[in-house]
Design a protein. Structure first.
Length: 298
């Protein structure tokens, strides 16, 4: 157990007419005085998610987490002193009762969507992503789901053999998050993906990737182009044949459907969305269009 100490600026304490506190009661009074003088100023900052601070305050309040009885260790981390998490003055300004720290993921390759208890809290692309978690009451837990989309590799130059997934760390404040179970979403088994159900409001909680299906009728076999509405990015299939990726960023606005995979009569269309669904998103739709596939979007 190390020593708890505070560094302070004497000039600012003098500016706000505050005496240097020597007890937690005085610290609280000084903090209130500073805030009253200027609502935009705080007396200090601390790393509230640091477990070592929690431990130090508990020990300061008289808790003994580990001791020796005879020839055995005695562990006591749920004593009354620890539960109170107080200070000698019984007026504790910390630690907090809940956590709203950001979840930080490093080494993202290439896109990621973050869910907390099934609800989307953030998504994006890049090597690092930081998202704010909802308030987490002390003593409770939240389930984190991370959906990572690999955008492919190059087979030449310094990026050859690039690793995909999360190659860095997942951290809640300064604490590493462990215990993840990893699985792949196989695009050669489309039936195993969660369906995109418009009529079910609960489907908004479904964790991507999601799949929606439809069909089109062809009087004869021929080339076609398929445009996707209501889904920003994903992969499209016709009769089980992968047409490739689509992305609202372009430059393509539709995907080429070669005539050999088109059948006379009904043709099955499956669109897999890697992005999370939002309540504002329009109903997904796939439509056959003409053109080169590089026409400006309406």
């Amino acid at each position: 157990m190390g020593v708890l100490s505070f560094f302070y600026r004497a000039d600012l304490f003098e500016q706000y007419g505050v005496e240097v506190p020597t007890t937690w009661d005085e610290y609280v009074a000084a903090a209130e005085a500073v805030k009253a003088a200027d609502p935009n100023v705080r007396i200090g900052a601390t790393t509230l998610g640091d477990p070592s601070l929690y431990a130090a305050l508990a020990w300061q309040h008289g808790a003994t987490w580990a001791s020796v009885e005879g020839d055995a260790w005695k562990i006591d981390i749920d004593s009354a002193e620890t539960a109170e998490r107080s200070t000698p003055s019984a007026t504790p300004p910390m630690p907090r009762r809940c956590s709203a720290n950001a979840l930080r993921i490093t080494g993202v390759a290439d896109r990621i969507a973050v869910y907390a208890d099934g609800r989307l809290v953030g998504a994006g692309a890049g090597t690092e992503l930081s998202v704010d978690l909802p308030e987490i009451p002390a003593g409770s837990a939240v389930r984190i789901d991370l959906v990572v989309d690999s955008l492919g590799r190059v087979n030449y130059g310094p990026m050859a053999g690039e690793r995909k997934g999360i190659t860095g760390q997942v951290m809640h404040e300064r604490q590493l998050v462990h215990g993840f179970t990893s699985r792949t979403a196989r695009l050669d088994d489309l039936h195993a993906l969660a369906p995109w159900e418009d009529e079910d409001a609960a489907a908004l909680d479904a964790v991507a990737p999601l799949a929606f299906t439809g069909s089109f009728a062809a009087r004869r076999r021929g080339d076609a182009r398929l445009a996707i509405d209501g889904v920003d990015r994903g992969v499209a299939f016709v009769n089980g044949f992968c047409l490739g990726r689509f992305d609202i960023a372009g430059p393509q606005t539709s995907l080429y459907v070669p005539w050999p995979i088109v059948a006379e009569g009904d043709n099955a269309v499956t669109v897999v969305s890697f992005d999370p669904r939002s309540a504002e998103a329009p109903a997904p739709a796939a439509r056959l269009v003409q053109g080169t596939g590089f026409e400006p979007r309406a």
